[in-house]
Design a protein around this ligand. Sequence first.
Ligand SMILES: Nc1ncnc2c1ncn2[C@@H]1O[C@H](COP(=O)(O)OP(=O)(O)O)[C@@H](O)[C@H]1O
Ligand SMILES: [Mg+2]
Length: 259
Amino acid sequence: MTSPHVKLDIDATREKLDALGLGYANEALDALLAEAVSIEMPAHQFLERLLDTERAGREERRIKTMLKTSKIPTGQTLENFDFAFQPAIERSRIETLATGAWIRNAEVILLQGPPGVGKSHLLVGLGIRAIQLGFSVQYYRFDELLTAIKADGDLPPTRLKSRKYMSSSLLLIDEMGFDPMNLEEAGLFFRLVSYRYARGAMIITTNKSIRDWTELIAGDEVLAAAILDRLLHRSHVLNIKGRSYRLRDLEELLTKQSA
Ligand SMILES: Nc1ncnc2c1ncn2[C@@H]1O[C@H](COP(=O)(O)OP(=O)(O)O)[C@@H](O)[C@H]1O
Ligand SMILES: [Mg+2]
C-alpha cells in the first residue's frame, strides 16, 4: 500500500524526470518502483535499470528516426539475405563489413552484377546495420542523386558541405549505370566523389563493369579515370555473378516442366 505522501513524492519525481527530458524513465518509473519494493532491489540496481530503460528507449527512437530520414527502403536486411542462394557472396566477408570498420575508414563498397542478384538488398542491409551502429546514412537512387546535385550546382562550397550527400558518414547510391551521364552531370559527380574521398564512406550498386565506366561517364576517359581512381583506392569490390533471385521461381518451374 502506498501512503498519500509517498504518492506525492512520486509525482514530484515524475515532474523532474519530465523536466529533464527523461520520458522513457518517467514512463517506466511506476512499474520499476513496484518491482524494486517487492523484491527489495538494491538501490544501485534500481538506478541502473531506470537509466537502461531511458537509454534503450532513446536508442530505439534514434534508429526509427534515422531509418526514416535516411530514405532507405525497408524490408531487406542482412538477416534475411539468403547466402546459400548466392555463393558469389561470402557470408564472412559481409559479416566483416557489417562491423562498420570500413565506414570509419571512409572506404567504398562497389557492388557489381546483373539485375536481381541481390545488389540493392546488400546495400540496404549494410545501410540499416550502419544506422544501428550509430552512423549517419543517406540513401539515393542514382537518378535522384543526380537531380539533387544538379539542383545544388551553384551552391558555394561552404553550403554544399552541409548537404546530406556530402555530410553523411555513409552515402548509399543505388542503381548507377542505367543511363549514361552528360558532361555536366559527370563533372558534378566527380566533385561529390572528390569531396567524399577519404572523408565519407559509400556503397554503390551498378550493372556496369568497371571497364564500361568511360561510356557511363559522358564518354570522358580522363574524368572516368579520375572518378574511378578515387572510388577504387580504398574499396571493396564485390562482383555478383550468379542467378537472379527474382527469377528463381520461374527457373524452378521451367526445370520441372522440362523434366
Ligand atoms: N540472396 C538473396 N536472399 C534473399 N533475397 C534476395 C537475395 N537476392 C535477391 N533477393 C531479393 O530479390 C529481389 C531482387 O534483389 P535486388 O537486391 O533488388 O537485386 P539487384 O539490385 O541486384 O537488381 C529483392 O526483393 C531482394 O530482396
Ligand atoms: Mg537493384
